[in-house]
Design a protein around this ligand. Structure first.
Ligand code: PLP
Length: 410
């Protein structure tokens, strides 16, 4: 007889995503999360996993973070989604909180529901304020699957939906030479993830983002940094770009902003472009964008993530994981492990795709949930919960070592 879990899987396959079910069944990595809390999720069958992907940062503060839940529950006594046409106290307060964390002048905020929506707005705004068309993004980068966000991405996701909007061009990440050639007087904006996750957690060379900004300035183009994954403390700074001495013209945030509890995203832009919406206040509309309950979740997230103690913890755990993982790389040299990243935004590169895929399966069997980087499958994205304890970190490392050992033949 089918268990309740089997029934859920079947109903999901029948009515939601048959392809996903097939994929997970093929690799025997079916996970139906039920109980969740802190850095762990449990399958409906009782098996528990450390979540070391965190949905790209949605669960930065862990699953069902108590403080976020409290903030949202209290807000629900009084508030609801709110009315996007009207003036709103939570939207105003959150905007001020975010503006206070940004470089001078980056203090205008438009809310959205998802990362893709916030990226779309950033691109609309860049075209609107510059009156120019071209948008340049990184090959293998990822900004979402909505309209303009999709257009910044790779062909494999666009092919089926042609024609996609025109005026989008991609260049190699970390090549200033290619960027210099690509940006021209008709470039509205360059959009980049501060650390491209789907590309394999590739950290920018020290002077890359600064160099891109200079190229943008020379051409009166804007620099949009996508902090959907790097934001809210993931790299050990509140914003990933703070690691690279660069001040973008726009910042896009999502995922972790929700506290894992209520979806909300935002596009932050420089006050020099304020006139655009002053003249056209109803040019961009999102009914649920910055819903008031979501604002309370995000206010709590900002409050927690901007604390020095919190950011220091991310840095120290990032350092600890890196040291330990590098040591394991030396102990199991046949895996060809290279560790990269910033803070707790880490990429584990293995000698080839097959090794990474087998390890994902071994991690899964041994109780760690991770995924590979879509555009470089030999890299496992390693994104633990940011407030993870040292005991939990050690436990995760033990599981990693057990898995490395079996992969290396025991
Ligand atoms: C860097 C980055 N930008 C944008 C997005 C799109 O966010 P959403 O899925 O909320 O639309 C994602 C989603 O994975 C992302 O990783």
């Amino acid at each position: 007889m089918d268990s309740d879990r089997d029934k859920i899987i079947k109903t999901y396959a029948d009515h939601v995503y048959p392809g996903k079910v097939e994929f997970y069944q093929k690799y025997d990595i079916v996970l139906v999360p039920e109980k969740r809390g802190g850095c762990k999720i449990s399958d409906a069958n009782g098996k528990t996993f450390y979540n070391c992907h965190c949905n790209g940062g949605v669960f930065n503060l862990g699953h069902r973070n108590k403080e976020v839940i409290k903030a949202v529950t209290q807000a629900m006594e009084i508030y609801d989604i709110g009315n996007h046409h009207l003036i709103s106290k939570p939207k105003a307060h959150l905007a001020k909180m975010i503006a206070d964390t940004m470089p001078e002048g980056l203090n205008q905020i438009v809310y959205g529901v998802s990362g893709g929506e916030a990226i779309d707005l950033a691109i609309k705004l860049a075209r609107g304020v510059t009156g120019k068309e071209e948008i340049i993004s990184a090959k293998g980068g990822y900004h979402g699957h909505t309209g303009f966000a999709l257009a910044t991405g790779d062909d494999k996701f666009k092919e089926m939906f042609k024609p996609v909007p025109a005026g989008f061009k991609q260049v190699r990440f970390n090549s200033l030479e290619e960027m210099e050639k690509a940006v021209c007087s008709n470039t509205a904006a360059v959009i980049l993830e501060t650390i491209p996750a789907t590309l394999g957690i590739v950290t920018p060379d020290e002077l890359y983002l600064k160099g891109v900004k200079e190229i943008c300035e020379k051409n009166s183009s804007l620099l949009i940094l996508d902090e959907v994954q790097t934001g809210f403390g993931r790299t050990g700074k509140l914003w990933g770009f703070e690691n690279y001495e660069v001040e973008p013209d726009m910042v896009v945030m999502g995922k972790g902003m929700s506290g894992g509890i209520y979806p909300v995203s935002a596009t932050v832009y420089h006050e020099k472009y304020k006139d655009f919406f002053q003249e056209n206040p109803f040019l961009h509309i999102s009914t649920y964008g910055g819903s008031e309950i979501g604002c309370f979740a995000a206010m709590k997230v900002v409050e927690i993530s901007r604390e020095k103690k919190f950011l220091d913890h991310v840095l120290s755990l990032g350092k600890f994981f890196r040291q330990q993982l590098e040591a394991l790389g030396i102990k199991y040299p046949d895996l060809g492990l290279k560790v990269r990243g910033k803070g707790l935004m880490m990429g584990l590169e293995f000698k080839d795709e097959i090794t990474a895929l087998f390890l994902i399966k071994l991690f899964f069997d041994n109780g760690i949930y991770v995924v590979y980087a879509g555009n470089d499958p030999k890299v496992i994205q390693f994104l633990p919960v940011l407030n993870i304890s040292e005991i939990e970190a050690n436990d995760i490392l033990k599981i990693i070592e057990t898995s490395f050992k079996s992969m290396s033949g025991g």
